[in-house]
Design a protein around this ligand. Sequence first.
Ligand code: SF4
Length: 322
Amino acid sequence: MKKIMTFGRYTKKRFGEKVYKIPISISGFTCPNIDGTVAIGGCTFCENDSFSPQLQKASPLDKSKKFYLNLQSVENPLLDQQLAQLQWQFQTLSKALKKSHNAKKFLVYFQSFTNTYAPLETLKALYEKALSFENVVGMSIGTRTDSITDETLAYLSQLAQKHEVWVEYGVQTLYDATLAKINRGHDSANIRSTIAKTKALGLNVCAHLIYGLPDEDASMMLHSLDETLNMGVDSIKIHPQYVVKKTALANSYTKGEFVPISLELYTQLLIESLKRIPATLIVQRISAGIENDSLLAPSWCYNKNSTMAHLRQALKANNIAY
Ligand code: SF4
């Protein structure tokens, strides 16, 4: 039986106990393919509120101040509020995890939007605050390969001397035609060069891949996986393309132009993927779901628990333990 190195198994091995990720969503962050820098409208599948609407609604930030950061921002009038928001979210979620799971160690996960798309001074303030929280062993930063400067990478590599630091890149696919179709705003050459730079600095890289993107077949998805593994990434997250309301992809789906991936095909692809992935590589996610009425299709992405039970069983039947 091939035992996949899940993130839980990895952290138990590295820290002696499971480390819990605390997802953070900071207002004032956006993406260069939303704000017009490289495109407008964002990725065709993205309705960013679907990531963590509760977090942003509940945490303290004056929504009347419409301000968005970018790499050229010279000031950040929201910084104090963002720091308060970070603290509120961390405290609220870590407290709940302590109670429900007896969690003792945490990794702050900057999840929503592009979390390096801001001037370094803002990033330093947020990251250092995150690392100062009690029982935090490190952080994971979700971002795009076209939105992280050499200066930020160098700074992160310094932080990584003392803390667990992960950079999570949305790769999604290595096909330029698909990247253009989903309005990603960068190409595969950018993905390759940024991941190479990040790895050269010794940082941990986690790559996100999506199976079921428009007009991609099974061989293309597996090719993107192979190419991503060849880049020397440390970890992978794989998830199915699902359709969320109020997105460009929802329009294509409604018009019959986009057909979501079936559970059967996704399961087959996952089995093949996990056979190819080396046993030492960390697999942080093999599915994704959204349990609210913003999900349009496919319906199997609604209940993450039942999907995971199905996937685990299928993997087990193929001698893979996830
Ligand atoms: S980069 Fe991420 S947050 Fe930004 S539009 Fe694309 S999916 Fe949404």
